[in-house]
Design a protein. Structure first.
Length: 549
């Protein structure tokens, strides 16, 4: 008989397939020819097609971190500083994408790295990561809602509470029903975001080459005046320039946050062992192209000392994209940009709510969260997880007592720290998995997908992000520059994560799983016995299909 690993049940517990129902006691009808399956696949409906998962992976990370947060980074670091910062962070998160892609193609369960962390490292790490990501999503969603309220103020200024209520309600409605509805919404909004970025970059090329209304050639003017770097905190010389460059990493981490979303809804993805690797291989190149090229164009169009970047206006007028269009003297384009940026902010919150609810579902299945969070609706949606995450959208109402831009900045910094911690867990889990396979003599050629550049990519990311995390609040240790807000946002999550990890470890006396005892062989066997069906031949092709085919 073939057993399947389900949740955190003891090793001698088996789950058998009996027709359409799972029966943990009656084994009389089990057939050795039946493919092994993970029990939650029966509960969560596979509503995400290849085009959904590809486009969510591609554009799910493109949101307010690029459209709003990049303005602060440009003002702090200068054109060369922001360009190098986003480029370097892009290389680092490539290690994350490759690692989670390989893990999730072998263990296609909801919740991303939470389940592999329990199997290959330590149940305490799974617990800490699960609740750390939950905390990240709890503050990330109101950050996006606050950003959306900032954007709306470009047209009309009313009480922020109205927009918070409207956007929150739509987010809940999108996630509480069929996951396919979520997939179609994200698919459509992703295409809009891609079109916006492509259009912005084309406009940027035209304007810098002298094709704007004033026919003035800009070229690399702003790289020369006010210069490629900013003297951050007025510190003179190369030290001040380096400090400005280093501050970009927090903005870039927020901008690239949720790049690992490709794995969150693995149990709801058709042919995950084929489609998740596709997304992992392609999303990095595409996001790097969109982000790095867009950031580069911003550096050509907007000077780092532009008053709108330096002044906290509390509206979307701080967005470098809108500043670029306004400086070019184009009257209609800013409205088009703002409309699509608004959908991007909402889309990012939508994607985060889906991921957060699947995290809670995965925790509940592992026995690390209350069991009611594992309840699914008749449509196969973990609705209790959606509601449990959604209730924290009320944090966006903080913008009623402070400017929405200030609230967005606070939440952005908190999310960036939690996101870096999550990436560190992914790399740690992957390395334990990698060396367990090596220790047990299991060839990586037996995996559904063998990611390239491993384990070097994971090691590079792990070491670099650790340094970035530790130095995230370095400015608070400079004489005369203490900031309680900066210190808390940079280091609060480290304390939260440590409390979750060591608290769980002390209470349940868990041990780090040795490389010899790691169940990698069992998961490889499951994958070999239950491969994805062959991919259907393509019947049509068009230029836009290259985004997901």
């Amino acid at each position: 008989m073939v057993d399947t690993i389900v949740g955190s049940r003891p090793p001698d517990t088996r789950v058998y397939k009996d027709g359409d129902e799972y029966n943990e006691k009656d084994t009389s009808n089990f057939k050795d020819s039946d493919p092994p399956e993970l029990a939650e696949v029966k509960e969560l409906r596979k509503g995400l097609q290849q085009r959904h998962i590809q486009m969510i992976a591609l554009a799910g990370t493109i949101g307010t971190g690029l459209f709003l947060g990049s303005g602060r980074a440009l003002a702090n670091a200068g054109p060369a500083g922001i360009f190098m910062g986003y480029l370097f962070m892009g290389f680092l998160v490539s290690g994350v994408t490759l690692s989670i892609g390989e893990l999730s193609s072998l263990v296609p369960l909801s919740g991303g790295v939470i389940r592999p962390a329990a199997y290959f490292v330590d149940p305490a790490l799974s617990f800490a990561q699960g609740w750390n990501v939950t905390y990240q999503y709890i503050i990330s969603i109101p950050a996006e809602i606050s950003a959306a309220s900032i954007i709306v103020q470009f047209w009309i200024t009313v009480n922020n509470g109205i927009w918070v209520t409207v956007f929150s309600t739509i987010l809940l409605a999108s996630n509480i029903f069929l996951v396919r509805i979520y997939g179609e919404i994200e698919f459509t909004l992703a295409i809009l975001k891609v079109c916006l970025i492509v259009g912005m970059n084309i406009m940027g090329v035209v304007i810098t080459a002298g094709g704007g209304p004033d026919h003035k050639v800009i070229g690399f003017k702003y790289w020369q005046d006010p210069g490629p770097f900013v003297q951050y905190l007025n510190v003179p010389g190369s030290l001040g320039q380096f400090m400005g460059f280093w501050t970009v990493f927090a903005n870039a981490a927020y901008a690239y946050s949720s790049i690992e979303t490709i794995s969150m809804a693995a149990a709801e993805t058709h042919a995950p062992r084929r489609n998740i690797p596709k997304a992992a291989k392609r999303v990095f190149v595409r996001v790097m192209l969109f982000y790095v090229i867009s950031i580069f164009m911003i550096t050509l169009l907007v000077p780092s000392n532009d008053p709108m970047l330096l002044r906290s206006s509390g509206t979307a007028a701080q967005s470098p994209f809108l500043i670029a269009a306004t400086r070019a003297g184009v009257s209609v384009v800013p409205h088009i940009i703002n409309a699509i940026v608004l959908t991007s902010a909402w889309s990012s919150g939508n994607s985060t709510l889906l991921s957060g609810s699947r995290i809670l579902y995965g925790l509940a299945r592992e026995g690390l969260a209350p069991q009611f969070l594992a309840r699914t609706s008749r449509w196969g949606v973990p609705y209790m997880g959606v509601l449990a995450i959604g209730v924290w959208m009320a944090l966006a109402y903080m913008s009623l007592s402070a400017t929405a831009s200030t609230v967005f900045t606070w939440l952005q910094d908190l999310v960036a720290c939690a996101q870096i911690m999550s990436w560190l867990v992914i790399c740690t889990t992957y390395l334990r998995f990698y060396y367990a396979m090596k220790k047990q003599g299991i060839s990586r050629n037996r995996l559904p997908w063998k990611a390239p550049l491993q384990p070097y990519a994971a090691w590079m990311t792990l070491i670099s992000l650790t340094i970035i995390l530790i130095t995230g609040g370095y400015t608070t240790f400079i004489h005369g520059h203490w900031s309680t807000e900066t210190f808390i946002s940079a280091y609060l999550d480290i304390g939260i994560f440590a409390t979750f990890y060591f608290g769980y470890k002390a209470w349940y006396r868990t041990k780090i799983i040795s490389l010899d005892e790691s169940p990698v062989a069992r998961f490889v066997e499951i994958a070999e016995n239950d491969p994805d069906p062959p991919e259907e031949p393509k019947t049509k092709w068009s230029i836009i299909h290259i985004l997901w085919s």
